[in-house]
Write a protein of this length. Structure first.
Length: 242
């Protein structure tokens, strides 16, 4: 594994868990490196000289993104563009954390090579555009995943939305494994998730009294089934004896 890994989004849900898995990660604060400001990104990377960039910073509030489009675009698209520009300038590989929402979500079981889009909401649009930007990094790996906090924090959960997402503490060991073995991954896109289930079934695992609800009650358009096919990831883990 690279000795010097720069992590964006180190105070976020995924970032905090990754920092526990990799205490040696370099995770500058937003005040130190503002990904929306290229000069800030350039100066930080020039100073720290990382061998790998893990881009986990993102605007992730799906419903608020509809009314905070500029903020969402700046974080997800402009931030990614700035990192790609710097990564190419310094010859650094970029691992970009993406989402299952880049798919329309009518069939599920999406494979890495399946064509993404169109998107259901503005958050998903920005993440799809961010993937296209990340592909411009000369050396890159896009990891599509989907995770929840360690606890289910809502009183209800949708029983008509299917997913392969899981709780962040379940998925981080696999994401950390992929980061640690990134040089042995012969792909540019990789799905890391668990088995297909409804959001309601996922919620029940940690909040047994959660109530059923329909995604039609949400204040933003949501897909029916964004489950990811993870056969590529499972084959890699088997090859590594994990």
């Amino acid at each position: 594994m690279s000795n010097r890994i720069l992590l964006t989004g180190g105070t976020g849900r995924l970032g905090q868990e990754l920092r526990q898995a990799f205490p040696e990660l370099i995770a500058p604060s937003r005040s130190t490196m503002d990904i929306c400001n290229y000069q800030s990104v350039f100066e930080t990377i020039e100073h720290l000289k990382p061998e790998l960039i893990v881009h986990a910073a993102a605007y992730t509030n799906v419903s608020k993104a509809e009314s905070e489009k500029t903020k969402c675009w700046q974080s997800n698209v402009v931030g990614t563009k700035n990192l790609v520009r710097a990564a190419n300038l310094f010859g650094i590989k970029l691992i970009h954390i993406s989402t299952d929402y880049v798919f329309w979500g009518d069939t599920g079981n999406y494979k890495e090579e399946d064509t993404p889009g169109p998107t259901r909401n503005y958050y998903a649009l920005t993440k799809l555009v961010a993937e296209s930007v990340a592909c411009l990094a000369h050396k890159h790996l896009i990891i599509r995943t989907s995770f929840r906090p360690r606890e289910w924090v809502y009183p209800v959960a949708f029983d008509d939305l299917y997913t392969s997402q899981d709780y962040v503490d379940i998925l981080v060991p696999d994401i950390a494994l992929a980061i640690g073995h990134h040089e042995q991954i012969p792909y540019e896109t990789l799905h890391i998730a668990t088995e297909r289930k409804s959001v309601y079934d996922l919620a029940k695992r940690r909040k047994p009294d959660v109530q059923r609800a329909s995604k039609e009650t949400a204040n933003v358009a949501l897909p029916e089934d964004v489950s990811l096919n993870i056969s590529r990831w499972l084959a890699l883990k088997e090859r590594w004896g994990k």
